[in-house]
Design a protein around this ligand. Sequence first.
Ligand SMILES: NC(=O)c1ccc[n+]([C@@H]2O[C@H](COP(=O)([O-])OP(=O)(O)OC[C@H]3O[C@@H](n4cnc5c(N)ncnc54)[C@H](OP(=O)(O)O)[C@@H]3O)[C@@H](O)[C@H]2O)c1
Length: 336
Amino acid sequence: MQNKQILLASRPVGMPDERTFEIREAAIPDLSDGEVLIRAVYVSVDPYMRGRMTDAESYIEPFPLNEVITGGVVGQIERSASPDFNEGDFVIGTLGWQEYSIAKAKEVRKIDPAAAPISTHLGILGMPGLTAYFGLLDIGKPREGETVVVSGAAGAVGSTVGQIAKIKGCRTIGIAGSDEKIRYLVEDLGFDDAINYKTTPDLRAELKEKCPDGVDIYFDNVGGEISDKVHARLNRLARVPVCGAISTYNLKERDIGPRVQTLLIKKSILMQGFTVGDYAKRFKEGAADLGKWLGEGRLKYEETVREGFENIPDAFLDLFRGKNTGKLLVKVSDPK
Ligand SMILES: NC(=O)c1ccc[n+]([C@@H]2O[C@H](COP(=O)([O-])OP(=O)(O)OC[C@H]3O[C@@H](n4cnc5c(N)ncnc54)[C@H](OP(=O)(O)O)[C@@H]3O)[C@@H](O)[C@H]2O)c1
């Protein structure tokens, strides 16, 4: 059996392109005791992977050059040399951009396809959902009646943040990049209002109009100029969970923005960066609440699913083109 794999061929400067990735075919090695062979069904593409393509120091190691790019995968056990897994079981793990992966049994977790669609473990019930949950609740600490602004609002993390803020009784304003996304946020997800940052001539004025009482929590997914403008509307004792800065990930030069220290001091604002891994010990608690709200219909989710293994790199680039609503996934095989 041949295995298609996608390797990191070079470290991109600016937006990744065809030189960044290489597709190759390799033989699948035999299984050793305690290992399983997994056929990928859904491959996750996530913005944080852009950071791992550079060799800058970070909270996570860079992807090694000329090796398979690793990331979240939901797949099905094709062969098992472990008593813990049977052929046909669905699992999730940090596997990679390849059709087949060999993993030790302890490196993957069984998921129940009857409990929730298997793809949700890469989205609303998985890493992005948990990021939204802990970032908003642990750092944002929303209180009823407060105003929450979320950027990247129609994406996997942002769409969940806004809905949890509504569950907590907040007034929720989303910022996203198309009129269709604005409609989705307000009409389908129940955001109180939303702003298309690409067509609004004066984001600052628009924020003033839509947040007349200022902003108590700004859940920041994008950084850059959008965030500069939201910062200007922050209230005294506001909280700013800094989750991502996607607007800067492909910059060729370091981003220099307004300095925030004086603002933070004057208004006693808390700005805290975090990674979802900080909350690893509490994942069960987060997943239980997300699952409960999903079951009760209080949380909704969208997925943008691209088809075909070869399209993984292009799907990854779609994150930076704003092509996705909700979680962006690539379906590479059919579940059996
Ligand atoms: N801290 C953590 O542990 C953690 C975990 C997961 C994700 N994150 C971060 O959270 C953010 C959202 O991640 P996600 O997985 O939910 O991705 P996502 O929001 O589903 O997809 C990315 C979205 O970002 C928007 N975007 C792209 N370029 C932009 C730009 N220059 N300016 C403004 N918006 C831009 C696009 O939507 P528009 O059409 O609206 O532009 C795009 O759809 C990312 O910054 C990611 O790195 C952090």
